[in-house]
Design a protein around this ligand. Sequence first.
Ligand SMILES: [Zn+2]
Length: 345
Amino acid sequence: MSVELLKRLCATPGVPGREEALRQLVIEELRNYADEIRTDAMGNVIARRAGTGTHPRTIMLAAHMDEIAFVVRFIHKDGFLYFHPLGGFDPRTLVAQRVKVYGKRILDGVIGIKATHLTTPEERSKVIPLEELFIDVGLPAEEVQELVSIGDPITLERELIEMGHFYTGKTLDDRVGLYVMLQAFKSFTQSADTIYAVATVQEEVGLRGARTAAFGLNPDIGIAIDVTIAADTPGMEEHQQCTRLGKGVAIKIVDSYSISHPGLVRFLRQIAEEEHIPHQLEVLPRGGTDAAAIQLSRAGIPVCTISIPNRYTHSVVECVHKADVEAAIQLLRRFLERSAEFQIA
Ligand SMILES: [Zn+2]
């Protein structure tokens, strides 16, 4: 387990469409483990390791690099920045947060809020719509105009820390999935099938990178690695929890956008059972992953998602359990090594 790598992945910005810094990091990490590594026109990083079988099939792994983030939409005459969201934010989680603005240089900022002393009881009980929120970077308007342009990327700011048995921070969706893919790709011994590890772009705005990468690679099998909802917290009934932290890697059965290939689900369960990898089965009522885009590529492709249970998803205090992360790496690594045992029925 390399906490340092996970921390670096979480700290490197990956605003949808502007994943360049993260792309560099992924290339550095995979360079010595891939037979070939390239970037496509969308910005996906594609690393290949050739299969050792006589007729290797193609397996595409996908973990997304981008995070829910913003771009500058408007610069107020007093230097405050208004922003446009890229991905599904809950405005309740945004007020009073620190951000980074990637202008001509990186600026620290805060999402401001009216002092409680000046608010009415009605104001205190209502959520401020995202389009009314603004960022203060602590600089005079002329300097802001000089340093910041419309369209500059903005990310939320929160360092990843270890907390009890958890990791907590921003953007574990999907840096932890990316981390799982990198660690499995670096550690699997060999596969009969050719493995493409794809670090995808623009997932949070509609699975866009995975769609074009899948078309280009035309894989026989697709596996997405992403977080899923763990609602095992007070106020949620047991039947609403979806997954539970610390109960193992989740094998996705269904979400809003894909129904996993039943044969792949069976095979992943079999590996987990035979190799004593803690696992749980996941039915997610709302949400989707890159698997959906891969599945609907060309004439259709068998897919499944390997999920890491995540509390407080799409906030800066996302939490995952260390043991679940380990289980996900192990399951993916053994899947790659044993892929020849899986035949598409
Ligand atoms: Zn995600």
